[in-house]
Ligand binder design. Structure first.
Ligand SMILES: Nc1ncnc2c1ncn2[C@@H]1O[C@H](COP(=O)(O)OP(=O)(O)OP(=O)(O)O)[C@@H](O)[C@H]1O
Ligand SMILES: [Mg+2]
Length: 232
């Protein structure tokens, strides 16, 4: 398995007015292609920041990130947004679905950006909705769906253009434990079947225990790793 993500001396500080708030202090991390990684650590340890850096949503203040074969720290804004669009699927705790669009239309969004023709778009979105067990809800708006169903839609949206890397920030944080298991099952199934790499931020030991590998973050530094027998 080649490396899909390599970070070297990755640092990040946020600027609050004139005050610089250092958050990551030099992260050296490698993720292999096809792995299912859990990223754990206390609140404020920098998990979301690290995920957003890897996905090119924010730029680091120091160090390098190689992701999906490119050094994203060297990219222009245009290259970076193309990189995000083509290589990364994002899943958030709060689903981030557009409220006025149906489930199917929400799943189509990445394909609109990728300029896929309308009929093909619809087909692809339907197929992925079926994969996540939601074909019966394609025409529902987000507020007509349960939390677990909304997260399934957001997973479908993240996967519809077959990104190499899926980044999920506490994807089951708002769900009850049974729904959490179902969502984890779904993500692991996608990881196994499609070979897509997953990095999942979680507070939950049950979720982390199912990953191939758990990376612990503490106060902006890596504080250990664990290979897990997981559910795989
Ligand atoms: N946009 C921002 N501006 C200023 N500081 C920020 C910003 N985003 C995060 N921080 C700070 O960076 C630190 C790390 O935040 P981050 O969101 O990465 O932590 P986290 O590990 O994801 O925490 P949680 O588990 O609560 O989601 C925190 O101290 C936070 O206050
Ligand atoms: Mg966070």
């Amino acid at each position: 398995m080649p490396e899909l993500i390599i970070t070297e001396g990755l640092k990040h500080s946020f600027n609050l007015g004139k005050i610089e708030v250092p958050v990551l202090f030099g992260i050296d991390m490698t993720v292999l292609d096809g792995q299912f990684i859990a990223l754990c650590g206390t609140s404020g340890s920098g998990k979301s920041t690290l995920l957003n850096l890897i996905g090119g949503l924010i730029r680091p203040t120091g160090g390098k990130i190689m992701c999906c074969g490119s050094e994203i720290t060297e990219m222009s804004e245009d290259q970076l947004s193309l990189f995000r669009r083509e290589q990364i699927g994002f899943i958030f705790q709060s689903y981030n679905l557009l409220p006025d669009l149906t489930a199917l239309e929400n799943v189509e969004i990445p394909l609109i950006f990728a300029e896929v023709a309308a009929a093909r778009r619809r087909d692809m979105a339907r197929r992925v909705l079926e994969m996540v067990g939601l074909s019966g809800r394609a025409d529902h708006k987000p507020n007509e769906l349960s939390g677990g169903q909304q997260q399934r839609v957001s997973i479908a949206r993240a996967l519809v253009n077959s990104p190499r890397l899926v980044l999920a920030d506490e994807p089951t944080g708002n769900l009850d434990s049974r729904t959490e298991q179902e969502i984890m099952d779904l993500m692991q199934e996608m990881n196994r079947e499609k070979g897509q790499t997953f990095v999942v931020v979680t507070h939950d030991h049950a979720v982390a225990g199912r990953a191939d590998r758990v990376i612990y973050l503490r106060d902006g530094l890596i504080d250990g790793e664990e290979e897990s027998s997981g559910g795989l």
